[in-house]
Write a protein that binds this ligand. Structure first.
Ligand code: ZN
Ligand code: ZN
Length: 305
């Protein structure tokens, strides 16, 4: 029964994806203080409730540490919640973000992947801070740590260096820091050590989760977008969906990505990539239809191996 529904529904949703963005549904891409967002899981759930969203997903970077608090808040506010994580991958000089939903957090393979990524990221951020401090002595590891809001549970990254640069008066805003001192083209920049997207798909599938390719049509993030061959490689590895409705995806890229959704019967999702006060993205500005979320939740059980 699930199979039939899945094919018919995803085809329909794929077609809708090219024409118009959903106006009601779920925001499946949201960050809290457990990575680089500025709001707590409780504030996030309360705001989603206030906006009348049908449901939300918590998707902090490379961690599931915010899940427990989000689940508690969701129960308290009666707000449907999908537990997720945005995982950073890398291939062909392109940084690839993948949204993993409803996987088993006790899975050993996934835990190892997160631990490796976090250790490598921490070392990388420390090395970047070291480089920056040679020209800007006010920026120390302490000043960056001071910007981390949930202690060791937070995935430390460039946003925290940006906040330290703002706090020291060197940059006027996070965005300005990202455009200058910590830009990917800056001499202080160090590449994020990451798994490949295929490794992420395989690991999430083994952990019983659903995996969606995030904002793959955003030219402002990468000089080179993921090629068709790379996307097909991910589909072959078990990719479940593609995030179509995201502010960063250019209109022509939405059409390109929706074609994969239609051709391969994938889920078409949407999300705001909300980070609270730090970025212009508004909670609920892009949504996923209820029917797709239903398939996504069913897919979790279909994909358990
Ligand atoms: Zn992302
Ligand atoms: Zn994101």
């Amino acid at each position: 029964m699930g199979g039939m529904l899945e094919n018919e529904d995803t085809k329909r949703l794929g077609k809708a994806g090219i024409e118009e963005a959903p106006v009601r549904g779920w925001d499946l891409h949201c960050h809290t203080r457990f990575s680089d967002g500025t709001k707590t899981p409780e504030e996030f759930i309360a705001e989603a409730r206030e906006l009348g969203l049908h449901g939300v997903a918590i998707t902090d970077h490379d961690t599931w540490n915010g899940w427990d608090r989000a689940v508690q808040a969701a129960r308290q506010y009666g707000m449907p919640l999908v537990r997720g994580t945005e995982i950073t991958a890398h291939v062909d000089h392109t940084s690839v973000h993948m949204l993993a939903y409803l996987y088993n957090p006790d899975d050993k393979g996934l835990a190892r992947m997160f631990a490796d990524t976090r250790a490598a990221r921490l070392a990388r951020v420390q090395e970047m801070v070291e480089r920056i401090s040679q020209d800007y002595p006010q920026i120390t590891w302490e000043s960056v740590r001071a910007q981390v809001r949930e202690g060791t549970q937070t995935t430390v990254g460039r946003p925290h260096i940006a906040d330290a640069l703002v706090a020291a008066g060197i940059c006027s805003s996070r965005s300005q820091a990202f455009a200058t001192i910590i830009a990917t083209t800056s001499k202080y920049y160090i590449h994020v050590p990451s798994p490949t997207p295929v490794q992420v798909v395989q690991t999430v599938k083994r952990a019983g989760g659903v995996v969606v390719l995030a904002h793959a049509g955003d030219r402002s993030r990468n000089k080179y977008l993921l090629s068709d061959d790379r996307i097909i490689e991910l589909i072959d590895a078990g990719l479940d969906g593609i995030e179509i409705w995201h502010r960063g995806n250019d209109p022509d890229q939405r059409v390109r990505l929706a074609e994969f959704v239609q051709r391969y019967g994938l889920l078409a999702t949407g999300g705001s990539d909300w980070h609270g006060a730090g970025k212009p993205n508004l909670l609920g500005e892009n949504l996923t239809p209820d029917a797709t979320v239903k398939l996504l939740c069913e897919g979790r059980f279909l994909s358990v191996v």
